[in-house]
Design a binder for this molecule. Structure first.
Ligand SMILES: Nc1ncnc2c1ncn2[C@@H]1O[C@H](COP(=O)(O)OP(=O)(O)OP(=O)(O)O)[C@@H](O)[C@H]1O
Length: 246
């Protein structure tokens, strides 16, 4: 974090202090977690299954009412969430899904523009079932970004997509983030996806941040030596053995 004579110069989008969360008496899922995300910063969150990634995301999204009193969480006013499934309303057309709950006489125009940005121009009147999985996630991104969130929370948004569609979605998400500059917290199981997309990768273990690395790669290419180094560091910590790394 940039500091100037001890003064915080970077505006924060997320500030979490000493966050605890448990679901039973066996022990905590989150155990005193601290996390800062700067405005406009793209953070990928990885960790073994069951380490509390979704629990943290739900807490930040305000979806976990019981987390109150278990730590301090500060998030911006405008927060959008995307999940692995698009959660489009099946009885509403694509444009109406994107503008659902928006106020203002220009909401349809804003919705159309968002659909154009995600490559769905011309599909405004389609029903969700008429879209492919990738297109549904594009619509979900449009629905999130039309609200101009200061924070975008994404829980495995590309987890159900095929490899080629994922690569296209990576390019799209980076483009959208460069245009709109929300802070992003992206939960992913895919270490390569984390390195390709994020400014910073955080690895959660035992309910706290175990690794917090900045991604400083000029080219985000898998053939880059720095890419390989970072990948090895993260896979080692995740306990993925050599054989499984191809
Ligand atoms: N509402 C709940 N009630 C009871 N236990 C829960 C609840 N939500 C999460 N848990 C438990 O908390 C732990 C962490 O779950 P969480 O979904 O946050 O993990 P995760 O890191 O996102 O896992 P995955 O990578 O598999 O999605 C798990 O053991 C899970 O069973």
């Amino acid at each position: 974090m940039a500091t100037d004579a001890g003064r915080l110069t970077t505006e924060l989008a997320v500030r979490v202090r000493d966050l605890h969360r448990s679901f039973n008496a066996d022990g905590g899922v989150l155990n005193g977690l601290d996390l800062d995300i700067a405005a406009g910063e793209f953070v990928a969150l990885i960790g073994r299954s069951g380490t509390g990634k979704s629990t943290l995301l739900r807490a930040l999204a305000g979806l976990d009412r019981d987390v109150a009193g278990h730590g301090r969480i500060t998030v911006p006013e405008q927060v959008s969430v995307v999940f692995q499934d698009s959660r489009l309303l099946p009885w509403k057309r694509v444009l109406d899904n994107v503008t659902f709950g928006l106020r203002g006489s220009d909401s349809a125009d804003r919705g159309r523009q968002a659909l154009e940005e995600v490559g769905l121009a011309g599909r405004e009147r389609a029903w969700p079932y008429q879209l492919s999985g990738g297109e549904q996630q594009r619509a979900a991104l449009a629905r999130s970004l039309v609200r101009e969130p200061q924070l975008l929370l994404a829980d495995e948004p590309f987890g159900a997509l095929d490899a080629l569609t994922r690569i296209r979605m990576h390019a799209l998400l980076r483009k959208l983030c460069e245009a709109h500059r929300p802070a992003v917290l992206l939960v992913t199981h895919d270490v390569d996806e984390a390195i390709v997309l994020a400014d910073r990768v955080i690895l959660l273990d035992a309910g706290v941040v175990a690794i917090d690395v900045r991604v400083e790669l000029a080219r985000r290419s898998r053939s880059d030596a720095e890419f390989a180094k970072l990948r090895t560091l993260l896979l080692d910590k995740l306990g993925v053995d050599e054989e499984a790394r191809r």
